[in-house]
Design a binder for this molecule. Structure first.
Ligand code: SF4
Length: 410
């Protein structure tokens, strides 16, 4: 991973460009002055809660700078991840860029030309394959959106940039701006942040959940519909992100919202970011949410999207207060829904996928292998990469079963 420090160092020394320090400085900075390393660092660190990795990743500290994301074809790409500006007039009570934050950092902004050049230089030097551009709203979200669009336009038209561009849509951006952005970006996203308008009101008094966020999602959805799935219209679709635990919402409330997003809005992915308090914000004394909560939500997301678990199955993973425990939700669902051991020699794909320890790849491997020979033992399964220790209690192989589950004891 290339850290922000390294990018700042490269920027300060103008080593992004192979055209030499003097020319490099002119290319990199404003009026030939070079890029301000403090700005680069501040605007990079300002994105620490914007998630672009597609799964939970354990972390001691957020890692701003270059992040990794997955494209629609499953390829892992490195992205330059930054804010356009850290100036914002919204009052999100968890955010260090919010107007009410008592320890606000110095305000910085790029110019479109400057940011396009940095991105292009990083791209040309093979440090990145794309740009993940978010921003504070400045004094006016439409003005900042115009600058973000201009950055993307310069990249595409002036620098013939063929890399990936993910643009964050600012809450309340106009429909016309969203349409323009969609012509330049691979992916658009707008952060939901909260599970409902009631929860949003708990953490932000300046955003209208239905109008500023949900309505903008529908604009993107409409663009995708009108594009008729053309590969040139937002090929990576739209995504969203929620902060976990800032507004006191339960996991079930979060997940109900996410299911709605997948079904009704057509988002490609939802991302989860465990709340962590920031000094100087109104929520600085609120307890940080454990990272395992984020991790378990990603597992639930996987069960819903990839394993195609039904909502009534999913709902069994939550306790009566609507929270997940720090345990594999698939195991809890299997205990509730599997009414007899599964025979890998006869089970359907959905039945195999409901066994803990068996994922989509191993389920397909079982189905392919059993066409030529029966699966006769745990060792057979182990050789196929199945987590036999987890799977065995739920299996029956050629009449033999190994269950220690009380529910299936004779
Ligand atoms: S809109 Fe809210 S979360 Fe985004 S930068 Fe502004 S204050 Fe921070």
């Amino acid at each position: 991973m290339v850290s922000l420090d390294k990018i700042a160092h490269l920027a300060a020394e103008c080593r992004f460009d192979s055209s030499g320090p003097a020319q490099g400085a002119a290319l990199m900075g404003i009026d030939g002055a070079g890029v301000d390393a403090e700005k680069l660092r501040s605007l990079g660190e300002g994105t620490r809660h914007d998630v672009c990795a597609s799964t939970y990743s354990p972390r001691e500290k957020p890692l701003p700078g270059i992040c990794h994301a997955f494209t629609q074809d499953g390829r892992c790409v490195s992205l330059f991840k930054t804010l356009y500006t850290n100036h914002c007039t919204h009052q999100c009570s968890y955010c260090i860029n919010a107007i009410g934050c008592s320890r606000k950092t110095k305000a910085f902004s790029y110019t479109p030309e400057e940011l396009a050049r940095i991105t292009h230089s990083l791209y040309r030097s093979n440090y990145i394959e794309g740009l993940f551009l978010s921003s504070g709203a400045g004094r006016d979200e439409d003005r900042i959106t115009e600058k973000m669009i201009e950055t993307a336009r310069l990249l595409r038209e002036k620098f013939a940039f063929k890399g990936y561009i993910h643009l964050k849509v600012l809450p309340g951006s106009s429909q016309a701006h969203i349409q323009e952005a969609a012509l330049l970006a691979d992916r658009l996203s707008i952060n939901l942040e909260a599970a409902s308008s009631t929860h949003m009101n708990e953490i932000c008094s300046t955003k209208d959940y239905d109008n500023d966020i949900l309505q903008r999602q529908r604009y993107i959805q409409q663009i995708l519909k009108e594009g008729g799935r053309s590969p040139s219209v937002l090929p990576a679709g739209q995504t969203t992100q929620l902060i976990v635990g800032a507004a006191g919402e339960s996991d079930e409330e979060i997940f109900q919202r996410v299911i709605h997003e997948y079904r009704e809005i057509g988002v490609k992915r939802a991302y989860y970011s465990a709340f962590s308090p920031q000094p100087g914000t109104p929520l600085e004394k609120k307890a940080a949410q454990p990272l395992w909560r984020e991790h378990r939500l990603y597992q639930m997301d996987w069960l819903y999207r990839i394993y195609r678990f039904r909502t009534e199955e999913i709902s069994h993973a939550f306790n009566e207060d609507g929270f997940l425990s720090n345990a594999d939700p698939k195991m809890a669902i299997a205990r509730e829904f599997l009414d007899r051991p599964v025979d890998p020699n006869t089970a359907t794909l959905p039945e195999l996928l409901r066994v803990p320890g068996i994922g989509p790849k191993s389920a397909r491997r079982i189905m392919a292998i059993r066409k030529s020979r029966p699966i006769g033992s745990k060792a057979d399964l182990s050789a196929m990469g199945i987590a036999v220790k987890r799977a065995a209690p739920f299996l029956k192989i050629n009449g033999w079963r190994d269950t220690t589950l009380e529910m299936w004891q004779p």
